[in-house]
Design a protein around this ligand. Sequence first.
Ligand code: AMP
Length: 282
Amino acid sequence: MNVCRTVDEIRAEIASLKSDGKSVALVPTMGALHDGHLRLIREAHEHADEVVVSIFVNPAQFGPNEDFDSYPRELEQDLEKCRKENVSVVFAPNRDDVYDEESFLKIEIGTLNKHMCGGSRPGFFEGILLIVNKLFNITTPDLALFGQKDIQQFQIISRMVMEFNHAVQLKMVPIVRASDGLALSSRNAYLSAEERLTAPGLYRCLTYIEKQIRDGVDEPGLLISHQTSELEAKGFRIDYLGMFSLKTLQPAETLVAGENYILAGAAWLGETRLIDNILIEL
Ligand code: AMP
């Protein structure tokens, strides 16, 4: 497995893979790899000859008061995991290899960015589109894989690929969970032992709401506000909890048969922000 630290190195590496006629899948990550990331890598092997993993804690997607400095960085362990998963190339650049000191351009997102994580993390998805745009241009993958855990990210990247004519196929991979239901996340490492026991409550709440909806509730507003209170009583601070249209990412008050929705929540437990979602196709 080759580890590339610069744009020139990874471009040469990809060119050599492609000159052998191989198809390339890209799995973008911020490292501290867990079984969720590994599932993306395994899925990538199913659809492409060679798998490239990028590991880069992207400063552009962190707000000034967010956890950029404390975000877990475990490159050696990550490389070992990638080796075991038969990854062909890891791209692990330094900040200056990817970003110029000055930048003049920014991608604007519009309404897809108004609610869910976009509503509470200004600049977050602009920062993600910036790095994903760069990674697509640098690695020119045939396929790129992302997790459903960050479903708003997937939807916004899908629009970018469509509207900017990137020649890449996208694949969304289902959420990998711990046995108690908690969605795996590099940030789960921040949870205290007690918070870790409380954390699956977010998913349990989503599954409870999902069941009511599948049983026929089509105006889930009241149900969601009750569940918000239940979570607060358990010690969560709710950022958002609600139903959103899968296509427009706008809040959905009345659910309509035949439409696709995301039941999504984000909540703080102490210093840790957890997110989770369930796709509901009615
Ligand atoms: P991150 O390193 O957190 O930026 O995540 C890199 C990729 O892994 C993103 O596409 C995430 O959606 C995906 N991912 C993170 N956690 C999970 C999980 N529990 N299950 C599936 N995919 C995940």
